[in-house]
Write a protein that binds this ligand. Structure first.
Ligand SMILES: Nc1nc2c(c(=O)[nH]1)N[C@H]1C(S)=C(S)[C@@H](COP(=O)(O)O)O[C@H]1N2
Ligand SMILES: [Mo]
Length: 255
């Protein structure tokens, strides 16, 4: 590369160099402007297709659509990890509605409609196809942990128990057996394929303090929505009552 001559008494080479660069910059600018003008003219005079805009523009818009729909679906999916990345000592946080221990006499009550409740055992739930997920569990308090869970997809559960009419409601409510902890989640998040009725952690039955026999795992939401120890599930078009929303936290609590 040529370095400007800054030898004492010789300012002229620098002025020359500046002039040269100015000429080069303007030339490049005008060449680009001309090419841009020609391309624009060609594009503008393209016959319009049935889609209402020039085919080249339509192509660009279609590509744009594709990118955004991909981003959108990714946005609604929590990143998943390998099982090896899951922590062994899973933090226990929140014990509202978790007094005492539960055993096999536990039943899941699914209120299909007022006066019409489906009563299920843990074995009924385990008989459905099993899905596992490893994801970064995030609590609003500011901690997060990569954890590994297993259970049945809520969407599979809804399908197997013929709950299609209930799928048309806006919200799913869940309550602990003692009714002390309760959450509401929007149906699209509940039907998202990573949402599980979970009965395993790290490949083993769910420990008592993690919500034995059944808890919710809903990776697109903060920890507050992952109700441990499900007693009742119900469906509603109004927002179900929500423990932490009542304390002023965001109802949606999405990630
Ligand atoms: N029954 C019940 N479920 C609960 C809570 C609770 O207090 N009671 N706390 C919630 C909160 S704030 C978090 S962060 C997660 C923590 O789950 P973990 O104990 O498995 O880490 O559970 C959620 N589910
Ligand atoms: Mo939390």
């Amino acid at each position: 590369m040529k370095t400007p001559n800054t030898a004492p008494g010789g300012q002229q080479p620098i002025d020359k160099e500046i002039r040269r660069r100015t000429v080069v910059s303007f030339s490049i600018f005008f060449v680009c402007l001309t090419i841009g003008g020609i391309l624009f003219y060609k594009l503008y005079n393209q016959p319009q297709s049935a889609s209402g805009v020039q085919p080249t523009l339509r192509k660009a818009l279609n590509a744009d659509d594709k990118i955004f729909s991909l981003l959108f679906s990714k946005k609604n999916e929590a990143r998943s990890f390998k099982k090896e990345n899951a922590v062994k000592n899973v933090r226990v946080n929140g014990d509202v509605g978790m007094d005492g221990e539960l055993d096999t006499t536990w039943r899941l009550k699914v209120a299909r409609k007022p006066g019409d409740t489906l009563v299920l055992t843990l074995d009924d739930i385990k008989a459905l196809p099993k899905t596992e997920i490893v994801f970064d569990f995030k609590c609003v308090e500011g901690w997060s942990q990569v954890t590994w869970w297993g259970g049945v997809r809520f969407s599979d559960f809804m399908e197997k128990y013929n709950l299609a009419p209930q799928m048309a409601t806006k919200y799913v409510g869940m309550i602990t057996p003692d009714e002390a902890y309760y959450v509401g989640n929007d149906m699209p998040s509940m039907l998202q394929p990573q949402t599980l009725l979970c009965y395993e952690m790290n490949g083993k039955p769910l420990p008592q303090d993690q919500g034995y026999p059944l808890r919710l795992i809903i990776p697109v939401k903060y920890g507050i929505k992952h109700l441990k120890r499900i007693g009742v599930v119900y469906f509603s078009n109004d927002k179900p009552k929500d423990y932490w929303a009542e304390q002023g936290y965001d109802y949606y609590a999405g990630l």
